[in-house]
Structure formats: C-alpha cells, structure tokens
Write a protein that binds this ligand. Sequence first.
Ligand code: FMN
Length: 188
Amino acid sequence: MLVNETLQVIKQRRSIRSFRTEQIKEEELQAVLEAGLYAPHAGDQAWHFTVVQDRALLGRLNAVAKEAAMPLGMAHLRELASDEQFDCLYGAPTLIVVSGDEQSPIPLDADCAAATQNMLIAAESVGLGSCWVFFVTLSFHSPQGTELRQELRIPQGYKPYYAAVFGYKKGAAVRASPQRPNLITYIR
Ligand SMILES: Cc1cc2nc3c(=O)[nH]c(=O)nc-3n(C[C@H](O)[C@H](O)[C@H](O)COP(=O)(O)O)c2cc1C
C-alpha cells in the first residue's frame, strides 16, 4: 500500500469531541481557512466562511441549537439536547460555519461539504483537532435563526450549510471505527 504524508493525515483525522480551552494560533486558523478556499467547487466559489471565536456567542449557538433539537421528534437528538452537560461544540474555541449563495444556479451543498472536509484535513495536518458539527446548524432554523445569521454576518441570501469546530485535542487519541467490508466494487 502506498504511503505518504497526505494519505497518513487523511487516515489519522478523527472527529475530536474534547478540546483544550486555549485558542488556536492565527497562522493555524489561516491555514485551515485557506485549505477550505482551495476546495473544488461547482458554484464559482459562491461560499462564505464565518469564523466564530467569541465564547459567549459559541455558548448561545449551543443553547439555541439544543432548544431547536427538542421538538424535532428524533430521539437521539432529543436525548442529547436534554442533557444539560451536552455541548454540541465540545468546548472547542473556534467554530467555522460554511454558507453558500442560495441564488447560485448550481446546488452548493456539495461545494460547502468539500470546503468543510478540506478544512478538517488541514486541521489534522497542522496538529489541530476538529469535528464536523451538524447539530449547531439547527440553531439557524430556530425562531432565533434570522437574528443569529445576522449576528454572524452571514451574507444576505446565503444559507449556512455546514459547520465544524477546531481546537487543540484533549484526552486520549480517538481510534477509527473499523471499516465496513464490501464498500468498493471494481469493474475492470
Ligand atoms: C455531515 C456530517 C455531520 C456531522 N455532524 C456531527 C455532529 O453534529 N456532531 C458530532 O459529534 N459529529 C458529527 N459528525 C461527525 C461524524 O459523527 C463522524 O465523522 C463519524 O462518526 C466518523 O468518525 P470520524 O470522523 O472520527 O472518522 C458529522 C459528520 C458529517 C459528515
């Protein structure tokens, strides 16, 4: 099996759910953002990244997302949301929200997903932990959603598709789940 640094970083990356409180360095943040900007896109870079490092705002996003999860009728989400200790951002000091221009003729969710994934890989490569967090995006669909989008200065007409948290890893290393068999078909 071929091995190189890029392949190793891709395989090493895991979702991290425990972070040290200290903020990441500016150069690390910029490296992560730049990796996002270099992702493939069908929509002519019709995306926008919002970096949130304000602790109070991160706390509010968590609280609103949990509130929004309660009525959704999904037992797993409701269970998490009703746990007072649960922080959907896992205490991470940095959140990046990836939004896409809803006016774009091309569906942008794939572009935004590609950018998000690039950022996760870049984070691992510079020694940061990260986790893709769908949960927090529930906050944008709550009654406070419009106000939050404004507060995050998400451009008018842009939809926040994805979000991920970043920080220094805390605790034991996370192991990858075993790979399910038969996920690849070869036709040669
Ligand atoms: C679209 C998407 C949404 C996700 N949302 C969450 C989330 O809200 N909370 C969370 O803890 N992990 C979330 N994850 C992370 C997955 O749980 C994780 O990637 C998966 O279990 C595989 O583990 P790994 O990332 O360590 O390889 C999400 C992943 C994706 C791709």
